[in-house]
Design a protein around this ligand. Sequence first.
Ligand code: HEC
Ligand SMILES: [Cu+2]
Length: 350
Amino acid sequence: MGISPVLWHFLVKWLHSSALFPAEASTIAPYTDALYFFLIGMTIVGTLLVGVLVVFFSIRYRKEKNPVATQVEGSTLLEATWTIIPLAIFLVTFVWGALLYFRIFNPPANAMNIYVVGKQWMWKAEHPGGQHEINALHIPAGKPVQLTMISQDVFHSFSIPDFRVKREVIPGRYSTVWFQATTPGTYHIFCTQYCGTLHAGMIGEVTVLEPKDYEKWLQESTSGMSLAQNGERLFASMGCNACHTGNAAARGPNLAGVYGTKLTLANGSQVLVNEAYLRDAILNPSEHITAGYAPIMPTYQGQISEDGLIDLVEYIKNMQSNDRVHQTLMTSEGDQAAPKTPVAGTTQER
Ligand code: HEC
Ligand SMILES: [Cu+2]
């Protein structure tokens, strides 16, 4: 860090208690602050250096002492010094910032995922278990949490200053942010992108709970249906299962286990199937045709809400076998007698 831990601790405590600075309530916060203070430190040093020299020279070379101006030829050594030292400082800042950036934007593999939908003028959080909250977000302390976010209308930006995270929330595309909260308590959520009349009211509160309290909260706030269960219903009611039956002879590919894999497209390219890809595959199927299939999937643009898309994505993500597709298919057709086709666990060559 380049600054003594004791001094560091004192500085942060003082700034925080004098309300000049947000609390450091996530694992990344001390790292962001270290870079921030380094930048401020360098700025102060630079300003002082220039300021002191300006004052010193104007006194030293004032008119009474120096009535006739002298011509000074350049000094290579001096010029090299004032080029190389700032360059070195800028490069340190650049490398430091880049490393921090990667850390901030690459969530750990075990991060739990929560969806956030932004709209004029509120934040809606959807937990995988189906718990919904408006302008509030409950999370456990000490666990990495990833937010998969999307806007239903204009650009917004999701920010929790105490966690030092902020990310654009964009219409038509998932963006993500992750953090690991360290201290139970409540913290502000802000929209930091001007988004219309009531932008300033687009605020909320994160409640960080001890993991066991979080479990309790999940149980008390359950709506009875998980996102995946809602998605399963939609999958049947929208007729997705007519083509995606999981059978080899089906018109659409088997979606079980597709999440997290690399899919080969008809044009030969490969794509990673993540949340963003699933959402896009539903809305713009013709833009990326899966190899070996005809471009017959209709677009669902304008027919499913962002909430519905989240449910479908969660369902496909959690679809490990086709048992449930079949059950849904059978029940939705009222055909209980049909045997369950044993396609569960089939891995399709793609
Ligand atoms: C008319 C048949 C048909 C219907 C109805 C249909 N799909 Fe598809 N789907 C396909 C075909 C064929 C492909 C592969 C070609 C392509 O990528 O367009 C596909 C591809 C996909 C993919 C890309 C992943 C992969 O493994 O290729 C997803 C995700 C998907 N469909 C989800 C859905 C959802 C969700 C619905 C309902 C909202 C749905 N589909 C309705 C035929 C269909
Ligand atoms: Cu906003």
